[in-house]
Design a protein around this ligand. Structure first.
Ligand code: 5MM
Length: 344
């Protein structure tokens, strides 16, 4: 199989109607924070047990085509000893891995953020591939203030994403290119649109400069919406209209799929907004789907609380969110589906 065939096969498995991606790539500090909220300790065994719970949830393969894992997950196993990437592969779910090394301040550019991890990336990628990973994810983060992100912040972040994506494709790994304009702050929807457009324009220029094949990548953006401290809330229809206007201006039709992050939205809001996008643009060039972390996992953590007795309920909570987001990715979700107990 050539590298191109390999990338194409992975994309075809990841981009399927009615399916999306589960982001379960919490780094150690993040999973520690998520577990603290349900008063459990992020021990190695609790982390393993939780990920096994997610990946063995009955029925999720109908709505989930890929899982983004944190590095250590590739070496963990389910209760019967099956390696977790193998558990997913047996269910037809593609394993991916978060390959960035976290973020920090961009030197000499106050308020801008940059992600680390390019050194030795190709070698790490070969190892992850031997452990079952077929796609990767890298996230750049942009905070909105009056002066941020600066032009330097926007260009430096785009360059990182493009260099990462090029290394992935050279290794036969499909890159998820994630650009998160944060929801924090009191900025308006118009300001979020302006920043998101500038960020995405620069990313696609950089991807072109670095010879990244757009047909063999997935783009993972934020939705365009007012900051969470802004006095005026936007409806799902307004968020969808503003987001799609930016996308039409910035994202080439060759990109097969756009899989949103949830960025701190409630599970219900994330589903309703995704549905509004698909309802507004049913014949979009790209698939419009999900790659949610918190919006899929929040109800699961609440149901689980670290207790073995709660595993079945927690898995049902995951199946419910996966099913509703699967419907939203087809534009077929209705808010009253939330109250239904039926899980199929
Ligand atoms: C699950 O969180 C991912 C990794 O974050 P850290 O490196 O901070 O631990 C994160 O990249 C996530 O995949 C995306 O932000 C999407 O998750 P949300 O919760 O925004 O849907």
């Amino acid at each position: 199989m050539t590298v191109t065939d390999e990338l194409q096969a992975t994309i075809e498995q990841m981009v399927q109607p009615g399916k999306g991606i589960l982001a379960a790539d919490e780094s150690l500090p993040t999973i520690t924070k998520r577990f603290a909220a349900i008063t459990i300790e992020a021990t190695k065994d609790n982390r393993r047990a939780y990920r096994a719970l997610l990946f063995t949830a009955p029925g999720i393969e109908e709505y989930i085509s890929g899982v983004i894992a944190f590095e250590e997950t590739l070496t963990q196993s389910s209760a019967d000893g099956t390696p977790l990437p193998e558990v997913l592969a047996q269910r037809g779910i593609v394993t991916g891995v978060n390959v960035d090394k976290g973020k920090g301040p961009l030197a000499l550019s106050p308020g801008d953020i940059i992600t680390y991890g390019l050194d030795g990336l190709a070698e790490r990628m070969q190892q992850y591939k031997s452990q079952g990973a077929r796609f990767a994810k890298w996230r750049e983060v942009y905070a909105i203030t009056e002066r941020n992100p600066t032009v330097l912040g926007i260009t430096a972040n785009a360059e990182m994403l493009a260099r990462y994506a090029a290394v992935c494709q050279e290794q036969g790994i499909v890159p998820i290119v994630e650009a998160e304009v944060l929801i924090d702050g009191d900025h308006s929807l118009a300001r979020c649109a302006e920043v998101t457009e500038a960020v995405q324009q620069e990313i696609f220029h950089a991807l072109h400069r670095h010879h990244v094949v757009l047909e063999h990548m997935i783009f993972k953006p934020n939705m365009v919406m007012p900051g969470k401290e802004h006095p005026v809330r936007a409806s799902a229809a307004e968020i969808a209209a503003a987001t799609l206007q930016v996308f039409r201006r910035t994202i080439p039709a060759a990109v097969p799929s756009i899989n949103f992050l949830s960025g701190g939205l409630s599970p219900e809001e994330a589903t309703a907004n995704l549905n509004a996008m698909n309802a507004a643009l049913p014949d979009a060039h790209w698939a419009l789907s999900f790659s949610y972390g918190r919006a899929l996992q929040q109800p699961v953590l609440q149901a689980w609380r670290g207790q073995a007795d709660n595993v079945v309920d927690a898995q049902r909570a995951l199946l419910k969110r996966a099913r509703l987001n699967g419907a939203a990715s087809r534009g077929e979700y209705q808010a009253n589906d939330e109250s239904m107990n039926s899980l199929s």
